[in-house]
Design a binder for this molecule. Sequence first.
Ligand code: SF4
Length: 302
Amino acid sequence: MPTKPRQKKAVPPVAPARPVSRRRPAAQATGAEALPAPDAVQPDGSLPPRPRRKPAEPKKTAPSARTSKPRTDDGPSAVAPRNMKPAEVVQFLRDLASAWPDAKTELHYTGTFSLLVAVVLSAQATDASVNKVTPGLFAAAPTPQAMVALGEDGVGALIRTIGLWRAKAHNVVELSRQLLALHGGQVPDTREALEQLAGVGRKTANVVLSVAFGQPTVPVDTHVFRLANRSGLGRGSSVVAVEKALEQRIPQDMKCESHHWMILQGRYVCKARKPECWRCVARDVCLFPAKTSPPRPTARRA
Ligand code: SF4
């Protein structure tokens, strides 16, 4: 019997092989769930728990000058390598006292209420700029009652040349209202009560307690903070830390006046950008590691 010629089976065209991405497994690339490795399946058939991702660490931001650790390198930001010893503290303050024998606040005021208002107005403004507006303000409103009657618009019109005048006008009227409602129109003599008043923070309360009531507080402003850290009078990385260090270290009978000595020394000699150590009366006892020399005389052209 003749044999039938075998028919060739049609071979389906072979699809070209898909290139497999090297970046991701094929299952992930197609969106399908990747199978677990056989030995990863638990005896009860369940999948092992997925490893948890570590939460991202918060970004590190540059610390502010006020809260950063004091620097011990050279330059105006350097601080004393240690705190002064008690005898050095006394000598340093005596030197400052000799430089500023009549030191007192440079703000103009006529009584406790006007002192409180002037200190509130002096936040982030110079004493000189505040002294330009307070005569007109205190003439128009010498008492809390008169300040409330003058109102925010009236106060604002008189203090417009100082920074943040809108907020300060609000605070001055509001604190006057609070004095009338809570303290019979009188300025209280405790830190807690003062800090409850509008616009009154720790430093303002300390100034009023020291200047108006003679209490041994040590208000720390930017000048005192800088001077205390540079000299070693009382080092600290925050205003409150410096305040506490100074309160502990300054003898009781020097506390009230030392505040004025330190402000004036910081403002006019131990300046922020470059301390003028060569003419500082306390340079021998000061522990600042980068004391400055007098500027060289500039050569004159012939
Ligand atoms: S010597 Fe005087 S001016 Fe210089 S850092 Fe000390 S306190 Fe400031």
